[in-house]
Design a protein around this ligand. Structure first.
Ligand code: HEC
Ligand code: HEC
Length: 369
């Protein structure tokens, strides 16, 4: 081989390495000097102050904006060009507090999700146990999981990245949010998670009463007393109370619906602790009027059915949680509420509906504007 040819080749390689490293360096500098606008989340009256925002994904105005577009974008399926567009909002609809009236979700391949869709309500307070069984550690992780999930997007990340990259609006938005135009699964997950952490519901009648701006009716007040007393309907241990306005403990319980259990997606499937057999998350009761059908398997269509269940439909098994007091002696099948008490309990539950939240323009579909 001719020496000068080898030399020039080395020269080329060196030049290339130099170019490459200087490009890389420039990108790193851009990221270092990148200053997105911090977004400070307001903690509503009476809410806990310890929110779950990872150190490596602080809220920024630019990140939230990008996340909002991605949340509502059919390109997130990587299949929109094949007429199989799907976005997070296909299953998680704002009008239903980001839940879905169909119960289970239906993926791009027509397969149904194992359990019913969960709403997006105050998830920034979730300590890191997302999903009905708490198996998902963060919203970011959830985004990474749903793209390949055969019952959801049934897609691949390369297809999603290609579809998102092809839309001219996005590269500058990624640059504004993250310091360079690069589009990666991690950045998509971070942006969507930022947007979802702003989905705060804090303007129901219940909240206005807590703030002293409104009053319960007599029936609603009696319902609250039933909800928060052990002699009454005994709901507060698992679903919160005025002292825990998130209306969830974020914990998992077997709430005495069955005597035989499918252990494929319960809390036991995550912990392997037999005490968790048949246990699922006691979801928030905020906006409960909007988030039926109810329970992880959607077995109850209406709130009346749920109230009848807690009143007289409980089934004892050795896995029923200790806090299901009404399935143990001296009770047995439930709180045995009379018709007036049932109506009062329901009236209280309806005060948890937040119409400001489901109409909040900052959480709505940005493509509809
Ligand atoms: C095909 C319907 C479907 C689509 C599309 C979908 N989800 Fe979901 N989502 C579900 C179902 C069903 C659950 C409940 C899963 C379980 O725990 O069994 C859920 C649960 C979640 C949860 C957990 C909520 C909680 O309270 O623990 C998060 C977070 C979430 N989805 C985010 C997203 C995001 C972000 C997207 C878009 C990237 C998305 N989902 C797209 C159906 C869907
Ligand atoms: C021992 C804890 C516990 C007690 C006490 C309890 N619940 Fe629940 N609740 C749960 C769990 C766990 C779930 C979810 C179970 C599932 O999906 O299989 C649930 C689900 C619900 C749901 C459906 C939520 C949804 O998103 O589908 C409603 C409504 C509800 N409970 C209302 C009540 C009311 C009203 C009371 C009092 C009469 C009450 N609960 C008492 C643990 C409890």
């Amino acid at each position: 081989m001719n020496i000068s040819f080898v030399k020039s080749k080395i020269g080329l390689v060196l030049a290339f390495i130099f170019l490459f490293t200087s490009c890389k360096k420039k990108e790193e500098e851009d990221i270092e000097t990148h200053n997105p606008t911090p977004y400070s989340l307001e903690i509503p009256h009476g809410f806990p102050t310890n929110v779950n925002i990872p150190d490596d994904n602080p809220l920024t105005v630019e990140g939230i904006k990008l996340g909002r577009y991605l949340f509502y974008d059919d390109r997130m399926s990587g299949k929109a060009d094949q007429g199989m567009g799907m976005s997070c909002s296909s299953c998680h609809q704002q009008a239903y507090a980001f839940d879905n009236p169909a119960g289970q979700g239906t993926g791009t391949t027509s397969l149904k999700t194992k359990n019913t869709v969960l709403p997006h309500i105050n998830l920034v307070w979730n300590p890191g146990t997302y999903g009905w069984n708490g198996s998902v550690a963060s919203i970011e992780e959830d985004v990474l999981l749903v793209i390949p999930d055969p019952t959801e997007f049934a897609s691949t990340w390369p297809d999603v990245i290609a579809a998102i990259s092809a839309e001219a609006m996005y590269p500058p938005m990624f640059e504004a949010a993250f310091g360079s135009k690069e589009i990666t699964p991690e950045r998509i997950a971070k942006a969507i998670a930022q947007f979802m952490r702003t989905m705060v519901s804090q303007d129901s009648k219940f909240d206005r009463v807590l703030r002293g701006d409104d009053n319960f009716t007599e029936s609603e007040r009696r319902g609250l007393v039933l909800f928060t007393t052990e002699e009454g309907a005994d709901c507060f241990h698992c679903h919160g109370a005025p002292g825990n306005p998130l209306m969830t403990t974020h914990l998992f319980y077997n709430n005495a619906k069955d005597t035989i259990f499918d252990t494929s997606s319960d809390r036991y499937s995550v912990t392997n602790n037999p005490r968790d057999i048949g246990a699922y998350k006691a979801t928030t009761l905020r906006n409960i009027e909007l988030t039926g059908p109810y329970m992880h398997d959607g077995r109850f269509q209406t709130l009346d059915e749920v109230i009848n269940f807690y009143s007289e439909g409980l089934l004892y098994s050795e896995y029923a949680h200790q806090l299901m007091h009404k399935v143990f002696p001296p009770y047995g099948n439930g709180a045995m509420l009379n018709p007036q008490e049932k109506a009062d309990l329901k009236a209280f539950l309806l005060t948890l509906t937040d119409t400001v939240f489901i109409n909040n323009p900052e959480l709505s579909d940005p493509f509809q504007k």
